[in-house]
Design a protein around this ligand. Structure first.
Ligand code: PA5
Length: 444
């Protein structure tokens, strides 16, 4: 595996893992036998074997077509419909992938907020350049992407006419139903499928994530190979030989010991969006029935100068899962400076990666001493293959972990509450009764 789990710094006694072993094995069995709550949403579990090869070929062809017709792809979607693709592109291409333009088109993500400035800025970045749109929504009625799609579709139609716009719109949606499916069929857009048995936060290795990743220059064959490798390795029913079960068990033990927050910390800015993807996966899957660890993410060393104080010394509610990358894409060394005004000559000749590693090890010891246990997940490098491996590792660990704490990890009933209030306040038909009551509450 190009990913390895190390739990030497969580401060556990041997019997503690043994104690939760039966629970982890039972949860693992429930998952793999498809007998737990939400089992109808397990399409991701065997995805590397079962994915639609014909659609996969169409995704690659569409990505090539996008690269031929445009310099920019605007991906419209929210939550599970965009986080994985954005995480993947930054994982592999780094945070400046759009500016470096090494491979693929520039990819910008819209429809994940309602900010006019954010949307207009994307229009300004596109400028006079050619662009295409990949709109991703299972329902087709989610407010944020629907609003963004209206704006970008209008711009496409203004520039290229109705038929030119049709040629540049790629819709990823439900196979048979929903507002976007109906519109796509009526207007003649090319379509891709959000599988029925895969929820949004597990969908990034379906067409939902694969089309933007491929258009942006990722090698999606390698992504699926990495995912397949993980799938094979983590079939192992031996508790101590399966990092998926171990990670789930360790998270469970942390919860039992009073930790309420898991901080996913990385030392590569390229992993910032991976942290966002992880937060949705964990929070939407486990944060229910009054249970779950609250997932947060941070970039070190950057955030050591902001939230580092709290981690070291604040409420003892947190443990850390550190993502450490062994091999970076580039090597840089600290130059010698004869003046040495900054006093940094002690590190002259040291590579930045070595410095980063010392920072990681020093931080780990300090945080563990301060009462924040640390798990380490080491990644060989940030490439397409490792992305596929890591995504699957987190999916399966989370599913085991969700069953261990006794929730249905595959639904998200809590996401609806804000939407209903927003619809009522906007005067959407059907919400009239709620509107009056909410406005009265806001006035008081
Ligand atoms: O994980 C989820 O289910 C959500 O984040 C959805 O992906 C998100 O709400 C988008 O929904 P839709 O695809 O219907 O627009």
């Amino acid at each position: 595996m190009s990913i390895k789990l190390n739990y030497e710094n969580v401060g556990l006694r041997d019997h503690e893992l043994e104690y939760v072993r039966p629970l982890a094995e039972a949860a693992f069995g429930t998952l793999t036998r498809h007998t737990g709550p939400g089992h109808e949403m397990l399409g991701w579990l065997e995805l590397p074997y079962t994915y639609d090869k014909e659609e996969f070929a169409r995704i690659k062809a569409a990505a090539k077509r996008i690269q031929e017709q445009s310099q920019v792809l605007v991906v419209i979607g929210i939550g599970g419909s965009y986080l994985g693709a954005r995480a993947g592109l930054e994982f592999v291409k780094g945070p400046f992938g759009n500016q470096l333009r090494e491979k693929g088109v520039e990819v910008y993500f819209a429809g994940s907020n309602l900010s006019a400035d954010y949307m207009q800025d994307i229009l300004n970045i596109i400028g006079e350049r050619d662009f295409s749109v990949n709109v991703i929504s299972k329902s087709g009625t989610t407010t944020e992407p629907a609003a963004a799609f209206r704006i970008f579709r209008a711009e496409l139609e203004r520039r290229y006419g109705i038929s030119g716009a049709r040629d540049r719109i790629y819709a990823t949606t439900d196979r048979t139903k929903g507002a976007l499916r109906e519109m796509a069929e009526q207007k003649g857009y090319k379509t891709f499928v959000v599988p029925d048995n895969i929820g949004g936060r597990f969908s990034c290795l379906s067409a939902v994530g694969l089309l933007p990743m491929a258009a942006g220059g990722m090698d999606i064959d390698r992504v699926m190979e990495g995912c397949l490798h993980s799938c094979e390795v983590y079939e192992n029913p031996n508790f101590l030989g399966n990092d998926v079960m171990l990670y789930a068990a360790l998270r469970f033990l942390m919860l039992m010991k009073g930790k309420r927050v898991e901080l996913l910390a990385s030392y590569e800015p390229a992993l910032t969006m991976f942290g966002e993807w992880y937060k949705q996966l964990m929070a939407e899957s486990e944060g229910k029935d009054g249970k779950g660890l609250f997932p947060v993410s941070a970039n070190f060393t950057t955030d050591l100068h902001s939230i580092g104080q709290f981690i070291q010394d604040g409420s003892r509610i947190m443990f850390e899962t550190v993502l450490w990358v062994e091999h970076t894409r580039h090597t840089l060394t600290i130059p010698n400076d004869p003046v040495n005004a900054d006093g940094l000559n002690f590190a002259a000749g040291v590579s930045l990666q070595e410095m980063n590693e010392k920072a990681m090890k020093g931080t780990l010891l300090a945080h563990v001493d301060g009462g924040a246990p640390n798990l380490i997940i080491t990644l060989d490098r940030l490439d397409d293959y490792t992305f596929g491996e890591l995504v699957y590792f987190f999916w399966k660990s989370l599913a085991v972990s969700g069953y261990m704490i006794g929730v249905n990890p595959f639904d998200q009933p809590g996401v609806e509450a804000y939407k209903k209030n927003m619809f009522a306040l906007l005067g959407k038909p059907g919400y009239e009764n709620m509107q009056e009551a909410l406005e009265a509450r806001l006035k008081s």
